[in-house]
Ligand binder design. Structure first.
Ligand SMILES: Nc1nc2c(ncn2[C@@H]2O[C@H](COP(=O)(O)OP(=O)(O)OP(=O)(O)O)[C@@H](O)[C@H]2O)c(=O)[nH]1
Ligand SMILES: [Mg+2]
Length: 309
């Protein structure tokens, strides 16, 4: 499937996004990067360290409701080791203002201390939200801001005409989130972003994608398909041979079993692979297959007893 992945990010897009980001980052003290908790490494921007150099940083691990909580916690610990404040988040639910404020205060401790030493109190932290497409930037801003903010409008001079939002008591937020680009350097990243639906499905071979997802889940989350669709996940050699004597991969056998169970069949008895693939991907993306994370920090591999890919 890897050849069929298309990032939808060609150099023109990236240049524009980078220029915007470079311009906006100059205006802020804090960069809040949002990533997808199910695949943190793949949804992190590869250039953010450089882009946000000398700025305070906060990482929000969003869609935590869909991710495996143990793995999310392992990531929080990993980022702590790296000196980065990271917190799990479910932006689509009510965001707890208190938690965000505490994390911001932690991430901006140096700035706050510096202001205090200079006798400045009540100075708002200027922040921006950034992240690759579809991680929940708008959802987070709406969910948090609805509870706490009023638009402050333009502030000529200070903000060069940018719109700022009062964000809680301590933050002033740039009202347009920075769109970042994903990693391009490895195929696994592309595959994981496609699994979670962060890439345009129209440019991807959906059947191969679903086949790969089944393979991944059978290996790392065994029992998922038995539980959801009541289909077998292990097969005898005989069962893995088709009518023509050809070998069938276990993931394909699972796909066919789900197709039968869920009536994804064509007239004449052929499998409707397109339909069953969409069903499986949709069930995964919406959390109906359970809380699943695709990635763990390298340091936690032993703990989860799975080999490195
Ligand atoms: N399950 C779940 N879904 C979420 C959460 N936050 C956002 N979403 C969903 O993710 C999708 C993308 O959210 P947006 O807020 O539009 O993401 P964005 O980062 O602003 O996307 P772009 O503007 O395209 O860059 C929407 O369908 C949201 O409903 C969350 O915490 N949990
Ligand atoms: Mg948005």
């Amino acid at each position: 499937m890897n050849n069929s992945i298309n990032y939808n990010w060609y150099p023109g897009h990236m240049t524009k996004a980078r220029r915007m980001m470079e311009e906006n980052v100059k205006l802020v003290d804090l960069v809040i990067e949002i990533v997808d908790a199910r695949c943190i490494q793949s949804s992190e921007n590869p250039d953010i360290d450089k882009l946000a150099k000398n700025k305070a940083r906060l990482l929000l691990l969003n869609k935590a409701d869909l991710a495996d909580p143990n793995k999310t916690n392992a990531w929080v610990a990993e980022f702590k080791k790296r000196g980065i404040e990271a917190i799990p988040l479910t932006a689509k639910n009510k965001v707890k203002k208190k938690d965000i404020d505490a994390a911001v205060e932690c991430a901006c401790a140096e700035i706050i201390a510096r202001n205090k030493a200079r006798g400045i109190s009540g100075k708002k932290i200027r922040a921006m939200i950034a992240g690759i497409p579809n991680v929940g930037k708008s959802t987070f801003i709406n969910s948090y801001v609805r509870r706490t903010a009023t638009k402050t409008g333009n502030k000529p001079g200070v903000t060069k005409g940018k719109q700022w939002i009062t964000f809680g008591d301590k933050i002033e937020l740039l009202d347009t989130p920075g769109i970042l680009w994903p990693r391009f350097d490895n195929q696994i990243t592309g595959q994981h972003l496609a699994f979670i639906g962060s890439m345009n499905d129209q440019v991807i071979n959906i059947e191969e994608l679903a086949f790969d997802l089944i393979g991944f889940l059978m290996k790392f989350y065994p029992g998922t398909f038995e539980k959801r669709y009541e289909v077998k996940e292990s097969y005898t050699e005989e069962e893995l041979t088709d009518d023509y004597g050809q070998e069938i991969k276990p993931a394909l056998a699972v796909m066919q079993a789900i197709a039968k169970k869920r009536g994804c069949m064509r007239r004449g008895g052929d499998y409707d692979y397109d339909k069953v693939s969409k069903l499986i991907l949709e069930d995964f993306r919406s959390g109906r297959l359970g809380r699943i994370s695709l990635e763990i920090p390298k340091a936690a591999i032993d703990r989860f007893e799975i080999e490195e890919k």
